[in-house]
Write a protein that binds this ligand. Structure first.
Ligand SMILES: NC(=O)c1ccc[n+]([C@@H]2O[C@H](COP(=O)([O-])OP(=O)(O)OC[C@H]3O[C@@H](n4cnc5c(N)ncnc54)[C@H](OP(=O)(O)O)[C@@H]3O)[C@@H](O)[C@H]2O)c1
Length: 329
């Protein structure tokens, strides 16, 4: 297969960025978009020069190989069930589902249907993140001891309704916390053995500010703070035995600094590394989907389904610590 043919479910904000990424990828073609609302589907389709469908008509099309699910969190499971049952490969926006039970069901169905399935955690595929992993594994700062990460912003306007709405599985953990959690898990190569957390609730009853403290099997500690209603410096610090890495703009950063020290509080050497990511960073996940489907593989080794499932379990556990249950759960 030289070309992979895409359809999108959900004509919202992030679907627009993904549509542009698909169009940039030389082995991908975007065929159609589906929305609950005809006007919205038509308007999105016109802006991207593609066709428009209903969810149902999209899934019976034979000229579409893979469905990208870009609806709000609460719909990911139902939309993915429909797509897998229609025999389509599926890429689901993060978080994969709302909880681990849903995630497990989708993974089993994908195996049954022999369909490719992946969580669209786009930062995982960025060259800068892959490079960071490779130098940490190569001992750039010796044994890793601690992470200290802040990932926050003040969401406004069109972004706020879905973040604040418990019926749409809003809240910062599923929306933003998932990024630093997955970042740490990826760099550690495992999930923490223990996680404690606290949160401040919004007036609508979802987690608005969350703080997680994790410990891994080898003793490594991770402190993570995240919020959609807080302005912070958004730095990721990784402290090791012989130095530390300062990653200045956690989410999309291409530049980070490796500081080496002499064990007496003195930094003896600092190297700034810049690894360019493509302007539309989604193109790397588009390429991953293309390569895996072309090779007949059913999952990505960069974003494995077991890790997705384990992360959903971890976020279930975090929400349980606060008694945060969504109305439809
Ligand atoms: N990777 C990233 O950088 C990134 C950034 C932002 C968001 N996301 C993820 O992308 C997904 C969508 O986020 P978004 O910001 O694009 O969301 P959005 O524009 O608010 O909504 C996306 C779609 O969800 C459906 N929807 C929205 N509100 C609804 C409601 N009240 N009732 C029923 N359906 C509703 C609509 O589908 P129809 O078109 O069918 O009506 C809408 O087009 C989420 O999983 C989010 O976490 C990822």
């Amino acid at each position: 297969m030289q070309l992979i043919r895409w359809g999108i479910i959900g004509a919202g904000i992030i679907a627009d960025k993904m549509a542009n990424a698909i169009k940039l990828h030389k082995n991908s073609v975007l065929i159609s978009v589906a929305s609950r609302t005809k006007e919205k589907a038509v308007s999105f389709a016109l802006s991207h020069n593609i066709e428009s469908d209903t969810y149902e008509s999209l899934l019976i099309r034979e000229d579409i190989d893979v469905i990208y699910i870009a609806t709000t969190h609460n719909f990911h499971f139902d939309n993915a069930m429909l797509a897998l049952n229609a025999g389509k490969h599926v890429l689901i926006e993060k978080p994969f589902t709302v909880n681990a039970i849903q995630a497990k069901t989708l993974i089993q169905l994908a195996q049954e249907k022999q369909c490719f399935l992946m969580e669209a955690l786009w930062t995982r595929f960025l060259p800068s993140i892959q490079y960071l992993k490779s130098i940490l594994d190569g001992g750039a700062i010796g044994e890793i001891k601690m992470f200290d990460i802040s990932f926050c912003n003040i969401a406004q306007g069109k972004y706020l309704p879905r973040l604040l709405d418990p019926n749409l599985a809003g809240g910062v953990t599923l929306d933003m916390g998932i990024y630093p959690i997955s970042f740490v898990n990826f760099l550690m190569g495992s999930l923490p053995k223990q996680t404690q957390s606290i949160c401040r609730f919004s007036q609508t009853g979802v987690d608005e500010i969350a703080s997680y403290q994790m410990q891994f099997n080898n003793g490594v500690i991770a402190n993570i703070n995240t919020s959609f209603n807080l302005f912070t410096d958004n730095r990721a610090m990784i402290y090791g035995q012989t130095g530390y890495i300062e990653f200045n703009h956690f989410q999309q950063g291409q530049t980070f600094t490796i500081h080496k020290h002499d064990h007496s509080h003195n930094v003896i050497q600092s190297d700034v590394k810049t690894i360019n990511n493509h302007e539309n960073g989604f193109i790397y996940q588009v390429n991953e989907v293309f390569e895996k489907i072309q090779n007949g593989e059913l999952e990505s080794n960069i974003m494995p389904l077991q890790e997705t499932l384990d992360t959903m379990k971890l976020m279930d556990d975090i929400r349980k610590q606060w008694g945060l249950i969504y109305p439809f759960e």
